[in-house]
Design a protein around this ligand. Structure first.
Ligand SMILES: CC(C)(COP(=O)(O)OP(=O)(O)OC[C@H]1O[C@@H](n2cnc3c(N)ncnc32)[C@H](O)[C@@H]1OP(=O)(O)O)[C@@H](O)C(=O)NCCC(=O)NCCS
Length: 148
């Protein structure tokens, strides 16, 4: 099965919200994603599909020359199959194509799987936001990567 990375569309949102709800303790609503796609000119969202089924998605806000990642998730049934890597590589490529020079994100201190993914793709630790996550007060690790 060939995995395809493409821009997120409104028709993808039911699948996206399902993945979001399974993946995060304080998930974004469908209307939040709708607003991002329709109104936020700084937002870029991508999905990964397998035979047209949406299995992963990621988003970023383009602020001057920096891409700030908003969310990244792979459906649990499809994790560990290199789709997260494919998605983030696609986001880096997209950010590069529109002139971004750096990409940054926050990740929970306990989320070692995601940290490993980002490290494997060249992101470096560059700081901590103490107590950043409101649901449990967990620290956020800030990671950065230059985009050549
Ligand atoms: C984090 C997440 C996106 C990773 O996606 P994935 O498709 O499972 O990851 P991949 O198969 O592409 O793996 C890429 C790298 O991540 C790391 N990784 C993946 N699964 C791992 C595991 N179970 N344990 C440790 N590291 C792991 C490895 O470094 C791996 O590279 P390798 O296979 O060359 O060793 C996915 O687990 C997810 O959606 N988690 C829930 C939501 C989330 O935490 N999002 C990130 C918020 S910052």
């Amino acid at each position: 099965m060939e995995a395809i990375v493409r821009k997120m569309e409104i028709k993808d949102l039911d699948d996206v919200v399902l993945i979001e709800e399974i993946s995060f303790p304080t998930p974004w609503s469908k209307s939040a994603f709708e607003k991002e796609l329709k109104k936020n000119l700084l937002a870029k969202y991508l999905v990964v599909t397998l035979e047209e089924k949406v299995v992963a998605f990621g988003g970023m806000w383009l602020i001057v020359d920096e891409a700030h990642v908003t969310n990244i998730a792979v459906h649990p049934d499809y994790r560990g199959k290199q789709l997260g890597k494919l998605l983030v590589e696609g986001m880096i490529k997209e950010a590069h194509s529109i002139g971004m020079l750096r990409m940054t994100l926050e990740v929970r201190r306990s989320n070692i799987v995601a940290q490993n993914l980002y490290k494997a793709l060249g992101f470096l630790f560059c700081g901590v936001r103490p107590g950043y996550y409101q649901d449990n007060g967990e620290d956020a690790i800030i990671m950065w990567r230059d985009i050549e």
